[in-house]
Design a protein around this ligand. Structure first.
Ligand code: ADP
Ligand code: ADP
Length: 228
């Protein structure tokens, strides 16, 4: 689903954000990406979503070598990726329905199909009763769940999340992770960047750790030495 081969990224200003990073995530896997602020997590996610390009090395998404795709194929590949951000990035003047429907409207889905899928996505995140609400009427956890519904509404095979629990307390954070688990159990690959080590230390998931742009560990989070 995701494969990095010896990927390095140096920004135009000379800042080296990733150094010879190699790993792969299988279809249907759920894994975490951890590391301190500045370690390179966002840069790695931006290479996957084609917001940035590698300086050296190769990135493969769903079998596509991103170095070899045409500019006009970018939107096509992004369609396979549901993106979730720390700040939910909802349109504040639009209802929950309109926010979740947005990716389908852009894709030109029929009104009937759009309605059906928006209802199904809100059902999965437990927010059917908020469909007519405006984002300002939602709690932080609810707003994040709307962001997740929007990310999954066109049924992408890969979900990418950048600090999805950054603004939430531990209980709500765990609820969000449980939601990702539900989607993963339905066959979706899930890759979550977080610096919240407390959140994942309690779970038995594969965790990849970046430190100053290098991938320093790749293993089950429960095996971590608690002194680290
Ligand atoms: P993280 O998400 O783990 O906090 P980032 O990928 O945002 O890490 O940043 C990794 C390094 O790259 C940092 O030193 C950061 O300052 C630098 N960096 C990130 N984005 C840019 C950019 N657009 N231009 C220059 N340097 C950047
Ligand atoms: P930051 O300044 O910490 O990077 P932002 O709130 O500006 O945070 O954006 C969050 C991230 O989402 C950024 O990495 C941005 O490039 C990315 N992003 C924004 N819109 C999209 C999109 N449509 N598809 C993929 N990534 C996006």
């Amino acid at each position: 689903m995701i494969k990095f081969e010896q990927v390095s990224k140096t920004y135009p200003g000379g800042q080296q954000a990733l150094r010879k990073v190699s790993f792969h995530i299988e279809p249907g896997e759920m894994a975490f990406l951890t590391g301190h602020s500045g370690a390179g997590k966002s840069t790695l996610l931006k290479l996957i979503s084609i917001m940035e390009r590698p300086t050296v090395g190769q990135v493969f998404i769903n079998g596509h070598n991103l170095n070899k795709i045409h500019r006009r194929q970018i939107a096509f590949i992004r369609r396979d990726i549901g993106m979730i951000f720390q700040s939910h990035q909802l349109l504040m003047e639009k209802t929950v329905f309109d926010n979740v429907a947005l990716p389908l409207v852009i894709e030109g889905y029929s009104r009937k199909e759009t309605t059906k899928r928006v209802h199904a996505a809100l059902e999965m995140v437990g927010l059917r009763d908020k469909i007519r609400s405006l984002p300002i009427m939602l709690s932080g956890g609810e707003a994040q769940r709307v962001g997740i519904a929007r990310a999954v509404v066109n049924k992408p095979p890969l979900l990418l999340a950048d600090e999805p629990t950054g603004n939430l307390d531990p209980k709500l954070s765990m609820e969000i992770i449980r939601l990702f688990e539900d989607f993963n159990q339905a066959g979706v690959s899930v890759f979550i960047a977080t610096h919240d080590l407390g959140l994942i230390a309690r779970m038995k998931y594969r965790s990849l750790t970046l430190k100053q742009g290098q991938m320093i560990t790749d293993g089950l989070s429960e095996d971590w030495d608690s002194s680290e």
